[in-house]
Design a protein around this ligand. Structure first.
Ligand code: TMP
Length: 220
């Protein structure tokens, strides 16, 4: 993306609704927190679209099924399927909502591709970021809330829920450690855009930290 385009993507922030993304490893509790934040924002009178990747659109639901519950997927095909889901999702659902001034609370976005397909699978980070930038026209979130958790704790939470592991969850502990490291590195490089949450805290403590940060964002 050219500097001029990147600048436009950033400056547009206040002309449209807020775009808040939840990220993190498996079993980190981000979906629960996305729901709590949505309820809180709605109680303040905001119109909120709560959505997710992959699987936020009809096409995306089919892509999600293929990615997580189908057979073997080549890593390059996997990368492109996540990008295809993202293109459909952002262009048909998320951007129109932001343009109407709505707040979007989204489970996973570009950082997941960089953490899983680059950090863990080993593809070049700039190339992976490039696919997403192309798919989305360079749309960046206003805030990324990263739920940080040791992959062993995340896996044991899932086991306690009795949920079967999907294709990505069945990857090695080493894979999930690289995912975690990549998320943390990215957050460390841009503290203005990221809020890192210790996901082992209580649900209420986490919700409170998120509300505090989002309140600051709403006042900007
Ligand atoms: P989740 O919706 O239960 O978090 O599952 C989505 C899975 O897909 C999770 O293992 C992370 C993975 N993923 C990627 O590998 N790349 C991506 O770009 C996205 C959005 C998700």
């Amino acid at each position: 993306m050219s500097d001029q385009k990147a600048d436009t993507a950033t400056r547009k922030t206040r002309d449209r609704g807020l775009f808040i993304v939840f990220e993190g490893g498996e079993g980190a509790g981000k979906t629960t927190q996305a729901g709590l934040l949505t309820e809180w924002l709605e109680s303040l009178g905001h119109t909120v679209l709560q959505t997710r990747e992959p699987g936020g659109t009809e096409l995306g639901k089919e892509i999600r099924e293929l990615l997580l519950h189908g057979g073997q997927v080549d890593p390059r095909a996997e990368t492109l399927l996540y990008a295809a889901d993202r293109a459909q999702h952002i262009n048909t659902l998320v951007k129109p909502a932001l343009d109407r001034g709505e707040t979007v609370v989204q489970d996973r976005y570009i950082d997941s591709s960089i953490a899983y397909q680059s950090g863990a699978r080993g593809f070049d980070a700039a190339e992976i970021a490039g696919f997403s930038a192309w798919a989305t026209g360079g749309l960046l979130p206003d805030l990324v809330i990263l739920h940080d958790i040791d992959p062993l704790d995340g896996a044991s939470r899932r086991e306690q829920r009795g949920a079967a592991a999907d294709r990505l969850e069945r990857e090695s502990l080493e894979f999930h450690r690289r995912v975690r490291e990549t998320f943390l590195q990215r957050a460390g490089q841009d503290p203005q855009r990221y809020l890192v949450i210790d996901a082992m805290q209580t649900r209420e403590a986490i919700a409170e930290q998120i509300r505090e940060r989002v309140t600051q964002l709403l006042q900007r």
